[in-house]
Write a protein that binds this ligand. Structure first.
Ligand SMILES: Cc1cc2nc3c(=O)[nH]c(=O)nc-3n(C[C@H](O)[C@H](O)[C@H](O)COP(=O)(O)OP(=O)(O)OC[C@H]3O[C@@H](n4cnc5c(N)ncnc54)[C@H](O)[C@@H]3O)c2cc1C
Length: 462
């Protein structure tokens, strides 16, 4: 492609900003990033409180976050945040140690079985499911893998046939069952469901394992994780500052028309002309959201194939609150409540996060999911009341609500559409209509998978 191609990027989150970085690295400098809000970072949102920053969105990375590491290097920053730590409580607020055999003598047989299954799972992923951990979903539903290896920072291109990969379209619980490793769910659920990515009986295994590949899941267990002192938003603020063309904030896109090989974007009342457009903002939002966000199908001259495919996308209703407690009620550490990660306990507090060990005048953030595809959605206010009540049960009641957010989270498709080749159909449309699709739906809803997808998109098409 001509290096002077005029490229419009919609969205100034990790996907959009890293698309800008990788384009720039490849010699494309004629790009414009349009961001609807008055800040960059998207779901990496780190507001200030009492002189420090807390996390309303993304919290952590892992050593396998190679694309995020590219960004760190580009900006000269590093992951310098507070060490994460955690303990566990049951739904009644009692401290438990679910994985310690000494504390759970009756559970020893189950724990031993789980340990064996985790080992077996690691082996199966390396052999039977070779190619499972590449970024994106190209070929999976057809039993192929195609992309870049995520084993190390070199990210060598790899491809091959593996019919077993078709199993990844199954819900994760079913995938575990057919492989005789049901108990690994006890481990994977912590960093998956509590982080808002849905329940294992509804979410295709492909998503679970592209995010929590074996190596990354082990990093979670060992708490070998990264955080940033100024918050994850800082990574993207820094990237934005280092780009030749920083994002244009407060960009209200009214219309996008694609005709005669050009893309016309009406933004803040003016029509701008581009050659190509990369969409990292939501493609489809099935309901009317209180924050006014809409999907691209609502402001693009959407074509039939785009509308047909994108209307299959659903997303998680994931709620975050930042609360203040009294000194006496401040939790001594972050807590996971496994009981509340079951679908029967939908809309309850799953995790609460204490970020700063050295002070009790900072906020605690709480996390709850209120949607399962086969259950009625728990209304926002009901969920909020439940979580505040749960904090009482946990003996860490809130004194004051400081911030709250019900976020458009983890767009995905379900097993039937995954198996029917949703991803290959959308991948086949990349570049058609001078439009490229990136962001969370194309890979997975975490900082690194989205940035990595942008890297590969730039490699493949620009
Ligand atoms: C509570 C929470 C916890 C999380 N924890 C982690 C974690 O620990 N680790 C991790 O790696 N990830 C985590 N994530 C996920 C991670 O933040 C996201 O996956 C990542 O930010 C996705 O990047 P993105 O650029 O694809 O989308 P987004 O971050 O959503 O960015 C999209 C951008 O597009 C903008 N936009 C939307 N519509 C338009 C429009 N019409 N015009 C212009 N701009 C538009 C939005 O304002 C936004 O800035 C968490 C997220 C949340 C909410």
């Amino acid at each position: 492609m001509d290096k002077n191609t005029r490229i419009c990027i919609i969205g100034g989150g990790p996907a959009g900003l890293s698309a800008g970085m990788y384009l720039e690295k490849k010699g494309y400098e004629n790009y414009t990033i349009l961001e609807r809000l008055d800040r960059v970072g998207g779901k990496c949102w780190s507001p200030h409180f009492n002189g420090r920053r807390y996390e309303m969105g993304a919290i952590m990375g892992a050593p396998s976050y190679y694309a995020v590491h590219d960004v760190e290097e580009f900006c000269g920053i590093t992951h310098d945040g507070p060490q994460l730590s955690r303990k566990y409580k049951d739904q009644k607020g009692h401290i438990i140690e679910p994985f310690d055999p000494k504390k759970n003598p009756l559970k020893i047989p189950r724990l031993l079985k789980m340990k064996k299954q985790v080992k077996k799972f690691g082996e199966l992923l390396e052999t039977k499911y070779k190619g499972y951990d590449l970024n994106g979903h190209r070929g999976v539903a057809e039993g192929r893998y195609e992309g870049c290896s995520q084993q190390n920072a070199d990210r060598e291109p790899v491809s091959g046939e593996n019919p077993n990969l078709k199993d990844l379209a199954l819900p994760f619980s079913e995938f575990c069952r057919i492989n005789g490793v049901e108990l690994v769910q006890d481990i994977w659920v912590g960093p998956f469901t509590s982080f808002g990515y849905g329940y294992f009986d509804e979410i295709p295994a492909a998503y679970v394992l592209k995010y929590l590949d074996f190596q990354t899941c082990m990093n979670f267990i060992k708490i070998n994780l990264w955080t940033w002192k100024e918050g994850t938003q800082y990574i993207w603020e820094q990237l934005n500052e280092h780009l030749k063309n920083p994002a244009r904030l407060n960009s209200a896109i009214e219309k996008v028309e694609r005709k005669d090989g050009k893309v016309y974007v009406t933004v803040n009342g003016e029509v701008e002309e581009y050659d190509k457009i990369i969409v990292t903002a939501p493609l489809y939002i099935p309901d009317k959201r209180a924050d006014g966000q809409v999907g691209m199908v609502d402001y693009f001259d959407t074509r039939e194939d785009e509308r047909e495919l994108f209307s299959k996308i659903d997303y998680e209703r994931y709620d975050v609150m930042a609360i203040e407690t009294t000194k006496k009620h401040h939790p001594e550490i972050s807590y996971y409540v496994f009981d509340n990660m079951k679908r029967e306990r939908i809309g309850h507090l799953m995790v609460y996060y204490r970020r700063w060990k050295d002070s009790v005048d900072q906020v605690i953030t709480t996390y709850a999911l209120r949607k399962h595809k086969d259950m009625p959605e728990v209304p926002y206010d009901v969920c909020k009341t439940r979580v505040l009540k749960d904090l009482w049960t946990m003996k860490n009641p809130a004194k004051k609500l400081v911030n709250e957010w019900s976020v458009y989270y983890f767009p995905h498709v379900f097993s039937e559409d995954y198996a029917a080749g949703w991803y290959d159909k959308v991948e086949g449309m990349q570049g058609k209509y001078d439009t490229f699709y990136a962001g969370e739906i194309m890979s997975f809803g975490d900082m690194d998978e989205t940035a990595e997808y942008s890297r590969e998109l730039v490699e493949r098409f620009f």
